[in-house]
Design a protein around this ligand. Structure first.
Ligand code: GDD
Ligand code: MN
Length: 412
């Protein structure tokens, strides 16, 4: 082998986590068949073996028609540096060093964004995924599958020396996933697998937005995957380095499931079609209903002859304000939780509350005006007129609060 310069580092794609339908036509526009991403964090002791074994396998089956892409999150043990030094010996290898973004799932997607292959794959960088299975996965894609998943739960699959607790947790997570997203997790036997291949066309042009570890959920949930193949494999024990899984990954996993559910469910589809946030509006309406109960209860406690017997107007003002406060709290933590999450702090919250208050008071004025207009000019039934007034005031309250109180200002 001649002495050459190592490949320079791949630049890290920025912006949305979206894969183009056409591979970037770098290097004279040549496309290749297969790109395999190897996400790494502190895998210094493993990376060389991984690259050696994978290269040997792929050189035999699809020589010159593949690339390996190591995506390292700036590992303190210098994994990226070791990987880059290997590119001299393995010209099919390229390395991306990420410094401002972190996390397994986004690492995989950033790698795929830089990839030139028509088929995109992922494999762990610690040799826990047996490399030989790669060829079976590849064959499945060639035979027509859009997605080929290495699975611990089909024939030939399993785990090596897992304790009862670990098996239980793993299966429990799967059952939980089936409950939240049956249409996604039910399609494969091992939805937690991080070892699979997918046709570029099946995941191109969609906005991916994974949380945490389980990138396959994202591919299944948002991609256009028709045919799926599964190949059994035994998850091996690590010999070098250590697993990065902590309890945070369990939280991330649940967060990811809920997010996928909200983003891809019926309500989300309707929202997109109508251009109106239906789910939010329903939540806002429910909160409003809770406010009616609060208002009624407080009014009773303050003004009823059997309780405090305060004057009606004074009681109503207090009841109304408490109801507004109630509604604000629920809307802040529930209806607009996603917005609130990005604008924390008491000052911000107080600002939202004041805006909400003013808008709701304006809504009350609107309510009275419309009640009068409808009653005098449209329909001589005070209850129907009131319903119409309430409906219009609710839409007003919702829309203006959406635009002013819980507005997201993107700050670059
Ligand atoms: N770039 C990057 N950034 N890589 C990461 C990060 C990260 O934040 N965290 C982990 N990795 C890399 C590791 O270096 C390893 O190559 C691979 O991702 C898997 O991480 P492990 O910590 O070894 O996870 P595991 O052994 O528990 O494997 C589990 O997750 C895999 C990935 O989803 C199992 O569920 C596997 O079946 C699954 O393939
Ligand atoms: Mn591992």
């Amino acid at each position: 082998m001649s002495i050459t310069e190592p490949n320079s580092l791949l630049s890290v794609p920025t912006g949305a986590l979206q894969i183009s339908d056409r591979p970037p036509s770098k290097m004279g526009g040549e496309t290749i068949v297969f790109s395999l991403v190897i996400p790494t964090y502190k895998e210094r002791e493993n990376i060389k073996n991984v690259v050696r074994v994978l290269t040997r396998l792929l050189d035999e089956s699809i020589p010159k028609n593949y690339e390996l892409i190591v995506v390292d999150d700036d590992s303190p043990d210098g994994t990226w540096e070791v990987a880059q030094s290997l590119t001299r010996e393995y010209p099919q290898l390229q390395v991306m060093r990420r410094q401002s973004e972190r996390g397994l799932s986004s690492a995989v997607i950033r790698g795929w964004q830089a990839a030139r292959g028509r088929v995109l794959g992922v494999i762990d960088g610690d040799l826990q995924h047996p490399p030989e299975v790669l060829l079976q996965l590849f064959r499945a894609i060639e035979e027509g599958a859009d997605l080929a998943v290495a699975s611990r739960h089909v024939e030939g699959g399993g785990v090596s020396r897992w304790s009862f607790i670990r098996r239980f947790l793993s299966r429990g997570a799967q059952v939980l996933g089936l409950l939240i997203l049956p249409g996604v997790l039910g399609r494969v036997s091992d939805p937690m697998s991080g070892y699979f291949m997918v046709r570029r066309s099946a995941i191109a042009q969609v906005n991916l937005s994974p949380v945490g570890y389980k990138i396959l959920l994202e591919v299944l949930g948002r991609g256009q995957v028709q045919e799926i193949a599964e190949v059994g494999y035994v998850f091996r024990e690590r010999t070098e380095g250590e697993s990065k899984v902590t309890s945070k990954q369990y939280i991330d996993y649940i967060h990811h499931l809920v997010k996928l559910r909200l983003d891809t469910g019926t309500v989300a589809k309707l929202t997109q079609r109508l251009g109106f946030p239906i789910g939010r509006f329903l939540r806002f309406g429910l909160v409003g209903l809770s406010g009616v109960f609060v208002d009624m209860t407080v009014l009773y406690l303050l003004s009823d002859p059997h309780t405090l017997a305060l004057p009606l107007t004074r009681s109503k003002i207090i009841a109304g304000e408490i109801a507004i406060f109630n509604n604000f709290l629920w809307n802040d933590v529930w209806t607009f939780a996603d917005v609130t999450m990005r604008q924390q702090g008491w000052r911000q919250r107080l600002k939202r509350f004041l805006k909400f208050n003013i808008i709701c008071l304006a809504g009350l004025v609107l309510n009275v005006v419309i009640l009068n207009l409808v009653f005098n000019f449209v329909i001589q039934n005070r209850y129907i007129a009131n319903l119409i007034a309430i409906a219009i005031a609710t839409v007003w309250n919702f829309w203006v609060n959406l635009k002013l109180s819980w507005r997201v200002t993107e700050v670059k």
